[in-house]
Ligand binder design. Structure first.
Ligand code: DOR
Ligand code: ZN
Length: 442
């Protein structure tokens, strides 16, 4: 049994934001009391306990207590590219970053396109015993963009969504079929919107800055035309669509229109697109190379506006670990991707919440409540009876991001060598303490 006291509890799903206590029993949230101090005697009565020695007490003074964050966009690289990340290391990195549930993308080697592979990912996640790992099944076999996977089978194996993320599905007819088939599973299709003919061999956002650096550009339309196509197809089929990593102002406009028209569409934005722009891209640091590329300033403003007005539903990291060897190549050759799990929450806190652009309540809505709801996952709330997936967050905790104190196997983050402020300090999954004082517990 657990008694977390005097923390600032935040759960927008239940309209909670205030100082109070949370009690955990048998791995579940047993009682939430806000605006009132509990005595030990009351706690014992509430927990139906006889001895206070059975109750672990945690002092939350000066800290926030959030529902465990839910990250619907994570690349764990297993099977096939364990040199970049393993399910075990990714699940550890997740809890160190404040995420108690993660969705593992299907672009591994081999691609997660059979029930056996979905089950492998789920079981490896269970073995790791850290964040809950939910597999995403591929939309097309081998992510070749042609033949739809056995979605009903993949769902039976544990898939909670379908995606060829990492690649856009170029054929509109294939994507239409995917939305149609996915309806049989009730799961959303996550679309990586990228028209290959427009993106070409680009490596950063096309514009003045790409021209100055002499790097091939990716036009904003490479994303937005496919967002429009997919929104129209979702409308026509009645399928459930989720747009991954939105990065342009036109995409935000299209999603706003689609929502107004009643399309079943949600969208995410990644922290790096809210924090950096194409002007920040240095030729010599490929940790800034990501797909979709870092946006222009006007795009970034539209993304934040979209988050605030509900056009964009949630935050997700797009954690994309890559080895030093790969990222040490010249900018055009290095792979796309930013390592996000361990720095994303701190970065968003420092750059957006601490600067008054996002409230702590909105942060929890975007990163716990909404993602859990959209993908039908347990957690994401402090509701009594829910699994005790919890994050004690210290807004004062400062930490230098170095290669030595990380759980992820890879270190391709633009925050390397920088200090960030505002980190999770204790994390529970199903009532089990899995991270304490920034260290993952074995
Ligand atoms: O930057 C990216 N990296 N974007 C993607 O869509 C895929 C990801 C990866 O798998 O490395
Ligand atoms: Zn991705």
């Amino acid at each position: 049994m657990l008694w977390i006291k005097d923390a600032h509890l935040v759960d927008p799903a239940r309209g909670i934001s205030g100082r109070g206590s949370l009690l955990v029993k048998a791995g579940r949230i047993h009682k939430v009391v806000v605006g009132e101090e509990l005595t030990a005697a009351t706690v014992l009565t509430l927990l139906d306990g006889s001895d206070l020695a059975e109750v672990t007490q945690v002092d939350g003074t000066g800290k926030y207590l959030f529902p465990g964050l839910v990250d619907v966009h994570v690349h764990l690289r297993e099977p096939g590219q364990e040199e970049k990340e393993e399910i075990r290391t990714g699940a550890r990195a997740a809890v160190r970053g404040g995420f108690t549930s993660i969705l593992a993308m299907a672009n591994t080697q081999p691609v997660i396109d059979t029930r056996a592979l979905v089950e492998f990912v789920r079981l490896q996640g269970e073995r790791a015993g850290k964040a809950r790992v939910y597999p995403v099944g591929a939309v097309t076999k081998g992510m070749a963009g042609k033949e739809i996977t056995e979605m009903v089978d993949l769902k039976a194996g544990g898939a909670v969504a379908f995606s060829d993320d990492g690649k856009g599905i170029q054929s509109a007819e294939t994507f239409r079929l995917a939305l149609e088939y996915a309806k049989l599973t009730g799961c959303p299709v996550i679309s990586h919107c990228e028209d290959a003919s427009l993106a070409g061999a680009g490596v950063m956002r096309m514009g003045e800055h790409s021209a100055r650096l002499g790097l091939k550009g990716i036009p904003a339309t490479a994303e937005s035309v496919m967002v429009a196509r997919d929104a129209l197809l979702a409308g026509a089929t009645g399928g459930r669509l989720h747009i991954a990593h939105v990065s342009t102002k036109e995409s935000v406009q299209v999603i706003r229109m689609a929502k107004a028209a009643g399309v079943d569409i949600t969208a995410e934005v990644n922290p790096h697109h809210l924090i950096f722009t194409d002007e920040d891209v240095p030729l010599t640091n490929t940790s800034y190379k990501v797909n979709p590329p870092l946006p222009g300033r006007a795009d970034q403003e539209a993304l934040l506006e979209g988050l605030l007005d509900g056009t964009i539903d949630l935050l997700a990291t797009d954690h994309a670990p890559h080895t030093w060897e790969e990222k040490a190549q010249p900018f055009p050759e290095a792979p796309f991707g930013i390592n996000g799990l361990e720095t994303a929450l701190a970065a968003v806190w420092q750059e957006l919440v601490a600067k008054g652009k996002l409230t702590p309540e909105k942060l929890v809505e975007l990163w716990a409540v909404n993602p859990a709801r959209r993908f039908g996952l347990a957690g994401g709330t402090l509701a009594e009876g829910a699994p005790a997936d919890l994050v004690l967050f210290d807004p004062e905790w400062r930490e230098l991001v170095t290669v030595d104190n990380r759980e992820s196997k890879a270190h391709n983050t633009p925050f390397l060598g920088r200090e960030l402020q505002g980190f999770p300090v204790m994390v529970w999954v199903g009532g089990k303490l899995v991270m304490k004082d920034r260290k993952v517990l074995d």
